[in-house]
Ligand binder design. Structure first.
Ligand SMILES: [Zn+2]
Length: 503
């Protein structure tokens, strides 16, 4: 039985997004739980697809003693405020101090955190953790597939272990893999040699989906390398993080990380994956639709069963969007789309007004586009209030599965054949319950617009007749060549086969 300190601090930072993440954003619940500390941390995630949940289950099965630190997350946005970062890191380090003698540390991190004062939030956190526990205590970290991995993150941890699926259906499983790696260390795994390879081109989110090639094959090969003996060294764990491109920092790019008994084996494993990713560069390119063309196509091709799904990727709250741009909504109304729905539009003011008017009422609203950033005006129209809910429900799909969602006052509105789910909190539309709890049946729609890039595919993919990736206004710019980068590494291509960043 070992004593393991466990905690987490998750943020995916889109440095181009309109709003920052203050402490309150980490403290409150959203599609993930509120900030957890003390003994409650060990039970708060039961049954959820969250890395720390998988870690805790696996470690408890081995009867390790777990010492809770702090766990918190905030919806992706622009920079974490300096105040929030320092306060949360201090809480983590204080709790680590109270934990006393420990045998290991596990952290559930994202890997793409940028703060007001640091380009590499996780690297600095791990440096301080390492300083606190000393060089001998193993520090094992699970990471999001979208981590922008840095040399400091590699240097100050014993292992970084990233998800292998996007949609991230293996988050809990990745936590369990981190626990298994720690058990291997406890069982005498020699201190592992590390190799990191940065890839020299950025990959847009929608092109990273692991349900399709080239990512599907790359991740199969990454998994197959684990346990392989290369030369005279055995490979313990290998990760490929596709990176989070809308982050204007030096280390923004996909990364391969490999661990093995020997330097040569770690290097060979990392080189093999890097070569495969580089060879696939042209296959990471994909078609982007305009809102007008996508809605017209959806109307012309809608069928009786299963919606044509329009991914409003640029306003994806999972990538720093505010979930309130209305480019596609305007097209739905203008082209009089029937059996169509959009989820989930973030507009607390309209949700409140609709709730006040009540179900069955007709109310004039200025809908969406409240937080600015996309230079849009709200849609000013009369809407029928079909349903009002408290936004509390259990997610059931493979991505959010088991999470208790708290979207605040939520309204289902209707304008002709167009329905809109309007919520009081931002959340990526990646679970059918986000529509179903208002009475909308996604399977029966002709057109479904989701504020999501890829995660929606986990639960809506099986229903979809077709998926169109749409570039409507929003801060998660899909054509990365349009982003005003200033801090990338010189020479990085800002799209697959795209122009090189010149500095
Ligand atoms: Zn991710």
């Amino acid at each position: 039985m070992m004593r393991i300190a466990v905690g987490g601090f998750q943020h995916e930072t889109n440095t181009f997004a309109p709003s920052k993440a203050p402490y309150a954003a980490f403290e409150q619940a959203d599609s993930w739980p509120a900030l957890q500390k003390g003994p409650k941390l060990l039970t708060a995630f039961k049954g959820m697809n969250v890395p720390i949940a998988g870690f805790i289950d696996a470690a408890e099965a081995k009867e390790h003693e777990l010492l809770p630190l702090v766990w918190c997350s905030a919806t992706p946005s622009a920079h974490v405020t300096e105040e929030a970062y320092e306060r949360i890191v201090e809480m983590l380090l204080d709790a680590l101090g109270y934990a006393g003698e420990i045998d290991a540390v596990y952290l559930d991190l994202h890997g793409a955190m940028v703060t007001e004062h640091l380009e590499d939030g996780e690297g600095e956190l791990l440096k301080r953790i390492r300083a606190a526990v000393g060089p001998k205590v193993p520090v094992v970290v699970s990471l999001d597939l979208h981590a922008n991995v840095t040399a400091d993150m590699v240097a100050y941890s014993d292992a970084l272990i990233a998800y292998r699926t996007y949609p991230h259906v293996d988050m809990a499983e990745t936590g369990a893999r981190a626990a298994a790696h720690l058990d291997a260390i406890f069982a005498g795994l020699p201190r592992q040699a590390k190799a990191m390879r940065k890839i020299d081109f950025l990959i847009p989110l929608t092109a990273q989906c692991t349900l399709v090639e080239p990512s599907a094959g790359i991740y199969r090969d990454v998994a197959a390398l684990e346990g392989a003996v290369l030369g005279n060294g055995r490979v313990s764990t290998v990760s490929f993080a596709g990176g989070f491109a809308p982050a204007d920092i030096k280390d923004c790019s996909p990364t391969v990380i490999a661990y093995a008994d020997t330097e040569a084996a770690a290097a060979e494993a990392a080189n093999r994956v890097a070569r495969e990713v580089n060879d696939a560069e042209s296959r990471f390119r994909e078609k982007l639709w305009s809102a007008h063309d996508a809605v017209a196509y959806g109307i012309a091709n809608a069928g009786a069963s299963g919606p044509i799904v329009l991914a409003d990727t640029q306003d994806n709250p999972g990538a720093g969007g505010n979930g309130d741009t209305i480019g596609i909504l305007r097209e739905l109304i203008a082209q009089d789309a029937q059996r169509s729905a959009l989820g989930v539009l973030f507009d607390p003011e309209s949700a409140k007004q609709a709730a006040a008017a009540g179900e069955g009422a007709r109310v004039r609203l200025k809908l969406g586009a409240k937080t600015g950033g996309a230079n849009e005006e709200p849609v000013e129209e009369e809407f029928d209030v079909v349903r009002v809910t408290d936004g509390e429900f259990l997610a059931t799909g493979p991505f959010y599965g088991g999470s208790r969602m708290s979207l605040g006052t939520t309204a289902r509105l209707r304008k002709g054949g167009v329905e809109i789910v309007v919520a009081s909190r931002k959340a990526q539309c990646a679970d059918q319950e986000m529509l179903k709890h208002t009475g909308i049946e996604p399977a029966k729609l002709g057109i479904l617009v989701v504020k999501s890039s890829v995660h929606f595919r986990a639960d809506f993919g099986p229903l979809a007749r077709e998926v169109l990736v749409v570039a409507s206004p929003g801060p998660n710019i899909a054509d990365l060549a349009k982003l005003p980068y200033r801090h990338l590494r010189k020479g990085v291509r800002v799209m697959p086969l795209g122009p090189a960043y010149a500095g």
